[in-house]
Design a protein around this ligand. Structure first.
Ligand SMILES: NC(=O)c1ccc[n+]([C@@H]2O[C@H](COP(=O)([O-])OP(=O)(O)OC[C@H]3O[C@@H](n4cnc5c(N)ncnc54)[C@H](O)[C@@H]3O)[C@@H](O)[C@H]2O)c1
Length: 367
């Protein structure tokens, strides 16, 4: 008899695997569309009744040109539909991808309650071999040390009864140039078989390459590294721009000039604080993880210090009327915008459908 992993691989390769996407937000919806476009049957699950109804009526509520274009027809063809019943849909699926929120709590510690709650439900869904993929952003060790033990609670064993993978999402929502299919995907499985299954799934839906790494922790670390890189560099140019303003030097022109160097430099532009949906929060996942080890790693203190410095700078920029936003698009996601320090409600600054653009300063877009 064919082993269960080989059966699942064959189902992925022939597009007969059923895909369950848990969390129909900015990450889950484009992924559902890409999976359905590739020929898979996709079930989206969300606790938000309105989102479930909107998907089932073919309405795309996330600002993603690719999803807006394809979702209505894929729903019409019944290639995608949505449900609120995770237990039932997970049981009938072969590949389950978790895209639920991982916010920070009031102490700036990762809130993994959404991920844990989904994992608990999934632990009851392994009557046959499945692939579980976590896409939610978190610190290295989350998949192996937090998600895996919860998935095993009902008596099933990872790698024997289910494959487990971490694959970070890198979507740049509101950016029409890169759809989810155009961005290389990192895949790190608990064992080589998990990595092989995860890579086979993403290779079947993406145009971009799939990058296999040796463990879920490496994939988790890569995601946090990408966003810390952005965080530190945006913080750096913000501080330097204030210094150059005092020196009477056009710093934006200087950045453009520096960017003509063909290696070893990447242009970042100043804005009022460090914005976007993920960048302001992701470094704190690592700060938290390192804190658990009772140690003070240099990276952690650098990122924390830069963040604090930047939020202070935001206030003075607002005083001077230099208001800009790190977010592009229709401006639906303001939660992490440091530039809102002096603004009462997002409705006061809602922009035209073309999106909010910086007024005088160039701003880095979200990641
Ligand atoms: N938005 C981005 O640009 C981006 C990029 C990379 C990574 N991420 C990460 O991906 C994850 C998801 O982000 P997002 O932007 O899609 O969030 P989102 O808030 O847009 O969507 C998450 C969805 O999950 C649903 N949900 C919450 N609990 C649930 C549960 N128990 N069962 C089913 N659904 C549930 C919510 O109702 C919501 O619709 C986060 O960890 C985020 O940090 C986001």
């Amino acid at each position: 008899m064919e082993n269960p992993s080989a059966t699942l691989l064959r189902k992925i390769e022939t597009r007969s695997a059923k895909i369950c996407i848990v969390g129909l937000g900015y990450v889950g919806v484009p992924l559902a569309v890409a999976s359905a476009e590739a020929g898979f049957q996709v079930i989206g699950v969300d606790v938000d009744k309105t989102k479930v109804q909107q998907v089932n009526s073919g309405t795309c509520y996330v600002e993603d040109a690719y999803s807006e274009r394809l979702l209505p027809s894929l729903v019409k063809q019944r290639k995608i539909w949505a449900s609120m019943n995770l237990d039932e849909q997970a049981e009938h699926s072969d590949v389950i991808i978790v895209c639920v929120p991982t916010p920070l709590n009031e102490k700036e510690e990762p809130d993994l309650s959404y991920v844990k709650s989904v994992a608990k439900s999934l632990s009851r869904a392994f009557s046959r071999f499945k692939l579980v993929i976590l896409e939610s952003t978190s610190f290295p060790g989350t998949t192996e040390n937090i998600v895996k033990p919860i998935l095993e609670r009902a008596g099933k064993t990872a790698t024997r009864d289910f494959a487990l993978v971490y694959s970070p999402e890198r979507i740049d929502y509101g950016n029409p140039r890169y759809s989810v299919k155009d961005i290389a995907k990192i895949v790190g499985g608990l064992d080589p078989q998990s990595t092989r299954l995860g890579a086979a799934f993403y290779e079947s839906i993406l145009k971009a390459p799939v990058v296999k790494v040796s463990s879920p922790s490496v994939a988790e670390a890569a995601k946090i590294l990408e966003n810390i890189f952005r965080y530190v560099n945006i913080g750096l140019v913000n501080e330097l721009s204030v210094l150059h303003e005092e020196l009477g030097v056009d710093f934006i022109e200087a950045i453009g000039a520096a960017a003509t160097k063909p290696f070893g430099f990447m242009a970042h532009y100043p804005g009022p604080g460090i914005g976007g949906h993920c960048i302001p929060k992701d470094p704190f996942y690592l700060v938290y993880r390192k804190g658990c080890e009772q140690d003070d790693a240099p990276t952690c203190s650098v990122t924390t210090d830069v963040g604090v410095a930047e939020v202070k700078e935001t206030g003075s920029w607002l005083d001077r009327g230099l208001v800009g936003f790190g977010l592009q698009g229709r401006g639906e996601r303001y939660q992490e915008e440091p530039s809102l320090g002096g603004v009462e409600a997002p409705s006061e600054i809602s922009g035209p459908s073309q999106g909010l653009r910086p007024v005088r300063l160039k701003c880095d877009g979200p990641r």
